[in-house]
Ligand binder design. Structure first.
Ligand SMILES: NC(=O)C1=CN([C@@H]2O[C@H](COP(=O)(O)OP(=O)(O)OC[C@H]3O[C@@H](n4cnc5c(N)ncnc54)[C@H](OP(=O)(O)O)[C@@H]3O)[C@@H](O)[C@H]2O)C=CC1
Ligand SMILES: O=C(CO)COP(=O)(O)O
Length: 332
């Protein structure tokens, strides 16, 4: 029975998930691409840069060698940012055997081709490789602090979601299984765009009514796109859809929301990014989602206006006005 796991990506989320697996008694190896950062983690037994204040359990090891991570376990969990996802898979492929099982907690699309991340795994590994995605309303810091959290684990392989459940489930970390990998990935990727939009509205000092309207109409956008891509309605009403959307649109722990807040307060994109100094997945997701909506002929007005603020220098105020000026229609 598997008793090890390698987690790729030593940012806040990879570190929190590695701590969770290690706390559950699984020998866990946390891999990061920067040898200097990893050496610091090894020495301090904590990730001061990305998740300060949480001491690593004894069962947590670290490495900056991908070959070591592949040899450590045939169960790989990827938590690198989406822009590094494909590249990490390609490098990993050189070191893995036939038995490898691949899960990811990354939220976003493969850069430049707009595909959900499971397509990259299928192409770089194979369609037969067991795959799974973990997603839901899960701020890294709260998971590391062992605050009650629930997450969805979606897999194409029942045995794999059960294995991941054993590794991650605890009295404070509740796991739900699903078979809807497309729906779970779509919810996780698109909610980041809507969190930026919600931040923008709050940065402009609009009120709670505006935020609630954005969340509700944003959910409709996720559902329209997600159904078209092959996801299931109930997934969008669950943890990986509505749950994560509410979390990131309403709480300032969300980097995407804070980025939007800065834009709404009239900071430019570069200054807002610098202020956050961590991954803001919604920036690339806004472009990929906007292009996907166009390709599939789907109406996603909040996504479209967010894209225009980010890529066409539309002012946040004009973007909100564009949404309000839209032709009146029935609620659907
Ligand atoms: N943080 C959270 O609460 C949650 C995050 N997620 C998702 O997890 C993913 C990772 O985000 P998160 O950990 O928060 O991001 P962070 O900003 O906390 O950390 C990003 C990490 O990725 C590393 N990195 C950057 N480029 C590469 C690369 N080319 N190859 C390998 N590693 C690289 C960074 O290393 P370096 O410092 O050297 O640049 C850093 O360790 C995102 O898709 C995010 O949406 C999902 C749920 C919760
Ligand atoms: O996805 C997340 C929580 O579920 C983290 O959101 P941010 O990337 O906006 O911080």
């Amino acid at each position: 029975m598997t008793s090890t796991i390698s987690v790729l990506g030593a940012g806040s989320w990879g570190t929190a998930l590695a701590i969770q697996a290690a706390r559950n008694g699984y020998r866990t190896l946390l891999w990061g691409h920067d040898p200097i950062h990893i050496r610091t983690l090894q020495q301090n037994r904590t990730n001061q840069r990305y998740l300060p204040g949480f001491v690593f359990p004894n069962t947590l090891e670290t490495s900056s060698e991908l070959a070591e991570a592949a040899a450590f376990s045939d169960l790989i969990l990827i938590a690198v940012p989406s822009h590094a996802f494909k590249d990490t898979l390609i490098k990993l492929r050189r070191f893995t055997g036939q038995q490898v099982q691949i899960a990811w907690a990354t939220k976003g699309f493969a850069p430049n081709d707009g595909y959900l991340l499971h397509y990259s795994v299928e192409r770089i590994f194979s369609k037969e490789t067991p795959t799974a995605v973990l997603s839901g309303p899960t701020f890294a810091r709260e998971v590391a602090a062992d605050l009650p959290t629930a997450i969805t684990i979606a897999s194409n392989h029942a045995g794999f979601s059960e294995l991941l459940t054993r590794i991650f489930h605890s009295a404070r970390f509740r796991t739900y299984t699903s078979t809807d990998m497309i729906g779970v990935q779509t919810g996780g990727a698109v909610k980041n765009v809507l969190a930026i939009a919600s931040g923008i509205a709050d940065g402009l000092n609009f009120g709670a009514n505006t935020r609630a309207a954005l969340i509700t109409r944003g959910l409709h956008e996720i559902i329209r796109l997600g159904l078209e891509l092959g996801g299931r309605q109930e997934t969008f009403m669950g943890l990986a859809g509505l749950g994560d959307l509410i979390l990131t649109c309403t709480d300032n722990q969300s980097r995407n929301r804070r980025f939007g807040l800065a834009l709404g307060q009239n900071k430019n994109r570069a200054a807002a990014r610098e202020e956050i100094d961590q991954e803001i997945e919604g920036v690339s997701a806004a472009k990929e989602t906007y292009l996907l909506a166009q390709t599939h002929g789907i109406d996603m007005p909040i996504t479209e206006q967010t894209y225009k603020v980010l890529y066409e220098s539309l002012s946040p105020l004009a973007a909100v006005q564009n949404l309000l000026d839209r032709e009146l229609k029935a609620e659907s």
